[in-house]
Design a protein around this ligand. Sequence first.
Ligand code: C2E
Ligand code: CA
Ligand code: CA
Ligand code: CA
Length: 279
Amino acid sequence: AKYEGRNRFSYFTHSLQEAAQTRLKLIKDLRVALAANQFRVFFQPILDLSTGCIHKAEALLRWEHPQRGMISPMEFIPLAEETGLIIEIGNWVFRESALWAKRWAVQGREDFQVSVNVSPVQFRDEGNHIDTWLTYLQTLELSGKNIVVEITEGLLLHADSGVIDKLLKFRDADIQVAIDDFGTGYSSLSYLKKFHIDYLKIDQSFIHNLETDPSDMALSEAIIVMAHKLGLQVIAEGVETAGHRQLLAAAGCDYAQGYLFSMPVPPEELETLLHSGFA
Ligand code: C2E
Ligand code: CA
Ligand code: CA
Ligand code: CA
């Protein structure tokens, strides 16, 4: 038994080592991915539930790894955050998103918004990236109204002057702010009155069992009522069934995104959806 135990132990340390090596290799690859043009921004449509029209799209980063194929952002975004690479990658995502938003505005979609995920690491960085973003919008002659930034609750709970400063800059530029994964992070809601927020995004974990779990339905309804009383709009994410859509519409939810409507798709495909007037 002792012998077996030792074997198991060495197997265990071996796999730990392997995991560490995979991680280091991935970080190494991540450092060259931007220059090697391995990133793509995909877009997932966000529908206006009252009209059924596509009103916005969320920009979601994709990494086409030369050996491993598509790697999920859930795997590489944390590494990008740890290493600080998220700054450069995030600047690129913003520029790409703004370029597409400009293109769609020129095509007659003047109210269309592109929603960009911004990491707390980007907010806490000392660099003047936000100023560069705003200059970029000016160069493009694109209004901030066409951009939404998605932030996390945690950021607002520990907002120092640097974070507040950046939020004010977004606001002055008419860029909208959405709280992503709303309801999953913290129990305090006081930040909702302290900061200027435009949207709450109900996390998909609340939507998943909407049809079968009355408490998830109650929570979603409560979020919608509270948001509307505070003058905010609500986006539900992870909408997968016609039942989800119907319950959310009945509860007064403003917008929805999810596999029911479309997966995240390459920009050219989103453009086709926009032109086909898909509902
Ligand atoms: P998120 O911001 O909460 O994005 C929503 C995730 O849910 C996306 O996963 C999307 O593909 C997925 N999703 C959409 N509809 C459905 C649905 O109906 N059902 C289910 N089960 N899932 C759905 P994705 O693209 O893998 O992104 C994962 C996370 O990675 C994002 O979560 C976000 O936190 C992060 N991320 C992605 N792109 C960026 C980026 O450019 N910058 C930063 N900082 N983070 C990003
Ligand atoms: Ca998001
Ligand atoms: Ca989310
Ligand atoms: Ca999420």
